[in-house]
Ligand binder design. Sequence first.
Ligand code: ADP
Ligand code: MG
Length: 718
Amino acid sequence: MSTNPARRNAIEAIASQPRLQGSFDFRNEKIDLIYGQNVFSLDKMEKRLPKDVFKSLKSSIEAGIKLDAAAADVVAAAIKDWALERGATHYAHVFYPLTGFTAEKHDTFFEPNGNGTLAQFSGKALIQAEPDASSFPNGGLRSTFEARGYTAWDVTSPAYIFDTENGSTLCIPTAFVSWKGEALDKKTPLLRSMAAVNKAASRVLALFGKKHGYISASCGPEQEYFLIDARLFHLRPDLYTCGRSLFGAKPAKGQEFEDQYFGTIPDRVLACMMETERECFKLGIPIKTRHNEVAPAQYEVAPIYESANVAHDHQMLTMTLLKRVATKHGFVCLLAEKPFAGVNGSGKHVNWSIGGSGVGNLLEPGHSPHENAQFLTFCSAVIRAVDLHQGLLRASVASPGNDHRLGANEAPPAIISIYLGDMLNEVIEQVKKSGSASTSRKGGHMTLGVDTLPVLPKDAGDRNRTSPFAFTGNKFEFRAVGSAFSVAGPLTVLNTIMADSLDKLADDLAAALKKNSDFNSALQGVLKDILTKHGRVVFNGNGYSEEWHKEAAKRGLKNLRTTPDALPEIVSKSSVEVFERQGVLSKAELESREEIYTHSYVLTVNTESKLVSDIAKTLLLPAALKFAADLTPVEKTKSGGKLRKEVIGLADELASAIDALDAAREVSKSDTHAQAKHSCDKVLPAMLKVRAAADALEEIVADEYWPLPSYQELLFLR
Ligand code: ADP
Ligand code: MG
């Protein structure tokens, strides 16, 4: 085989790898026994804590409030004993800074006490810590001289033990705030938004005369990812530096056969999935589904939904475990939104609903007449929220990685709209017209709170992949979220705008009830008004089509194509107002976020563009020129001469594209927003020109000269 030697070695190693020996076998292991074994769950707390302390902890958990100091000491001692029994040597406050990653600082339990060591863990160490985490982006919320940042235990998310090969660490999920109490992380606003949903939903339910417990937002995130052989991955500086390929000619075979989606899972991949799931089970993460995705080497994992806050922590852990376990199996897990041009990218569908004890899922259409009024009320609140805050929702999924995916006819467009499905749409249209609905299906006239809704189909599968926000039977599915995202941002936005819509609805309904004592007709008036004003955001057609782009513009919907277009929405007047009204984020906190994300966009494009220039200059252009030089002896032959000319022509094209990219990279604007715009409008297109010339060379330069593993190798060898 005349392949480049480094690539040849990798391919030979893959071809001759021994069949994997499993380190465990689910057939001999009761999932029941390992499930949650590493979590300090409520039942473990109950067994290990005095009754009164357990009661006080349980009520803190239910209300999401801080534990008092005396109780904290008792809880800390119990957690410590449990952790030590399980072999933990260290503890860590885990937090979620604005980088979008998980952060942690480990301390050992063991302290010298003169004649050995003693395990220490106080209540204070459990509930609060002050990591010297001054290097995290804070967008101006703290200057380094007052860089105190505190982590505080989020009692609503249980502590757990994270096992690694050489030891175990007790992890305590925390919120990360400045000394003034400003949010420096993604969890704090998520928790605040959960409280806002509970408060507003309770107001609406009170008007319905409903008794209920705590109303919580729920989330079930579906995660798509790629698994690539580690040996090939390490020959691609673009993959190991940026997580996505910056070069690569289109392979002969891509995803056009559609033989990958839901196909048989290869043994080596399945072994890796099972081990990931086992680690998830130990941590009480309720993984439910695994399958092949559309692109070659692409897969999906999805859990059963949980309270949005816990789902967030579990999702972050799932991403960590996907990466860790993949490495053990000789894979690398790519979470980037678009690792490979020309095949599908990866998303993270955020399934979201709200509900609670006593009322169940509030987006469940139900079977009885009074359920129809309640369902349509909550559904209308969603429609209003999404219409009013389209820009904010778009901004919550904006990142340089996701820009390569959104709007690329494989993922939803950058225009935010809602898919309801024909049946529900028909009902909504009727309410809009008359304040009540008559369904053609039943032929009769349907009135709110009197008749039952038609049975709404649960829209499983791919049918409406083109919608960024789809109603799927009893929940909404936010499909524009990128695969590498923390779900905290999108969930915080959804909860906040929903809470605000519900508040408005409660105000309007209360006012209408003062004038009109008939509940159903008062409600009909309110819903009719909402749907008339905000129904424009509902779209049930093909989101990929040209016509939709035109139609959306006519309806006045926003089409924010890129991250620099979208991010300013975070600090728009309506965003600041809704976040402040709901007590979720202040103007200063929003400004800091917008600044951090804009800066991060610039940094990403800087890194990627430098790498494009470096790889092109030091790996690809030399390879092409060497090949051309080696062709000199056959220059006089017809084929040799033609090929040499072609290679030199493209090499020259590549060289000038590199020069143009370097020139674009040198432009430096004093304002971050102007720099982001420049990165987007000038640097990214210049990178693509370099890539185009290099990819064309890859197709004609002899394989033994080409240093980068091809798409074919990356996507099909395992
Ligand atoms: P699909 O989207 O492929 O049809 P499902 O609808 O069964 O699959 O589930 C997708 C995800 O939605 C799962 O993670 C599931 O737990 C989650 N989900 C289901 N019901 C809810 C809900 N009420 N709130 C939030 N997520 C939910
Ligand atoms: Mg789904």
